[in-house]
Design a protein around this ligand. Structure first.
Ligand code: BG6
Length: 505
């Protein structure tokens, strides 16, 4: 049996009721309900046996119709096959309530919760998962409070609220939302979610950096030439125009997921693994980001929008021809930018970030390119490639370290070789979905993988200057790229102007 070293145990999750606000939306179908299904005993065996799940949304749908929709969603999106007996057991604890947009529905919610708790002998531990548009959050938490649905943090049973990204639409609205939430909940009751933090490979970043001696010693300007972070998606906007059109790639991906990756990758070692210490280290890293000051968006940021093209051999429409996208849209579906972390460790090292929809393939990775070896001994001619560490976040989770080795035979011929770790072949069992891990942590009350209000605001502050420049300078181009490409050529120029190249995916 493989040797393991348990450093921290998962905390137990007490019985509770989870209310999904916005249960008829995309997130509930694609992620939340499948994750909850996987967590229950037939699947992962990790969730409390005593739970109830209540879908709460605007539309009046019969609970049975909701269950049927969720069954389809589990069949389509769960990593586990649907088992009829498990589903029957799960569905018996799944209910639905309509009227989310009506203030009086919150009184019905209270009655419904009491009924569910009585029916399943559950204590009034409640989790409100807000999968609703950012502009609806403030009013929703106020209504919960007015309906007497928020217990004090010191009460014997917990009330917790989970807030999905994006929090706010810009820096100002994010501040207002954070403030509004904290008028009704204590910080200990709030779980701001960024599902990238629940990904195994993202958590492994900390283990890689701080459970090994070799990497941390190489981590910084002395050894690193530059870093690339790519989050490429092959999907288009799909049916999410209502959400995506006013957001765009900068708000949807950079303000949260990309900056989380950057923070975990580049932060100083935290003083402990406690949520507060890790949060502080990440926040300090964001504070050290060099602002994209007035005029810098033109040279340090590239935005793009996909046009018609082929992804995986299939012809797909351009963004402007997607359902519900207005023909005068200026929304970007791709962003590339050059960031600098102005601290001692990273002084002068560029971090190139890029993310987009309808790119060549779904692939997320972090690539750390080390400096070239001195031009002596084997590298007199200066043609040896430098070492590189590539962390594959998804889909083929793992990492590879590129080194040089002597090719067997006479003379000295040197070949690049990869030291490769693949999660799938190295570790047994499936890799759980990020939402499974994060939902369990909310139930257990563990904040480590959640985002603080200060991080959210600091991240907005970084992207806000880009948004402002895009809004005030109509000359800043929105480049087209054909679906299936890795963004517009301008994104290549951004890095090539520095004598570097994007890693080819
Ligand atoms: C979400 C974004 O937060 O992350 C989506 O809103 C994006 O637009 C998704 O597709 C990507 O998540 P993942 O886990 O598939 O990389």
């Amino acid at each position: 049996m493989e040797q393991t070293y348990q450093v921290a145990q998962a905390s137990p999750a007490p019985p509770c009721t989870i209310v999904i606000f916005g249960a008829s939306g995309d997130l509930a179908r694609r992620k939340l309900v499948p994750a909850l299904y996987n967590l229950r005993s037939c699947g992962g065996g990790m969730a409390p046996h005593d739970y109830a799940i209540l879908g709460f949304a605007r539309r009046p749908i019969a609970p049975d119709a909701f269950r049927a929709q969720m069954r389809d969603a589990v069949i389509k999106f769960s990593r586990l096959d649907l088992d009829d007996a498990c589903w029957a057991d799960f569905a018996a604890r799944l209910d639905y309530l309509g009227g989310l947009d009506q203030p009086e529905a919150f009184d019905r919610l209270r009655v419904k919760l009491e009924d569910l708790e009585a029916a399943f002998h559950l204590p009034p531990n409640r989790i409100y998962y807000l999968s609703i548009p950012p502009e609806a959050v403030n009013e929703t938490v106020a209504r919960l409070d007015r309906a007497g649905l928020i217990a004090k943090p010191e009460a014997p049973h917990f009330t917790r609220v989970v807030v999905e990204k994006p929090i706010g639409h810009d820096l100002e609205s994010a501040r207002l939302t954070n403030r509004a939430i904290l008028q009704h909940f204590a910080e200990s009751q709030v779980f701001r979610i960024d599902h990238y933090l629940g990904k195994e490979t993202v958590q492994n970043l900390l283990v890689l950096r701080f459970a090994n001696t070799i990497f941390e010693r190489m981590w910084g300007a002395r050894n690193v030439d530059h870093v690339q972070i790519t989050v490429a998606e092959s999907e288009g906007v799909g049916s999410r125009a209502m959400y995506y059109e006013p957001a765009g790639a900068l708000r949807d991906m950079v303000q949260n997921h990309m900056l989380q990756l950057l923070a975990l990758l580049a932060m100083e070692p935290p003083v402990s693994l406690e949520a507060e210490a890790v949060g502080e280290a990440k926040l300090n890293l964001l504070r050290a980001l060099r602002p994209i000051g007035p005029g810098d968006a033109a040279t340090r940021v590239v935005r793009g929008r996909y046009s018609r093209g082929k992804v995986g051999g299939v012809e797909v429409p351009g963004y402007l021809n997607e359902k519900d996208i207005p023909s005068n849209s200026r929304t970007e579906t791709f962003v590339a930018l050059k960031a600098f972390v102005d601290n001692w460790r990273w002084a002068g090292v560029p971090f190139y970030l890029r993310t987009g929809k309808r790119m060549h393939a779904r692939e997320s990775l972090i690539h750390i390119q080390f400096k070239e070896v001195p031009r002596i001994l084997f590298n007199r001619a200066g043609f040896l490639p430098a070492n590189a560490l590539t962390l594959r976040i998804q889909p083929d989770e793992g990492f590879s370290f590129g080194v040089l080795a002597k090719h067997p035979g006479p003379g000295v011929t040197i070949s690049p070789v990869q030291m490769n770790l693949r999660y799938q072949s190295e570790f047994e069992g499936p890799v759980p979905d990020a939402y499974e891990r994060l939902l369990l942590d909310v139930m257990a009350g563990d904040h480590t993988l959640f985002v603080t209000d200060s991080f959210v605001e600091q991240a907005w502050a970084f992207v806000q200057s880009i948004l402002d420049q895009w809004a005030t300078n109509p000359d800043l181009p929105l480049y087209e790229y054909p679906a299936g490409a890795m963004g517009p050529p301008a994104a290549d120029h951004l890095i090539e102007a520095d004598g570097r190249r994007w890693l080819i995916l």
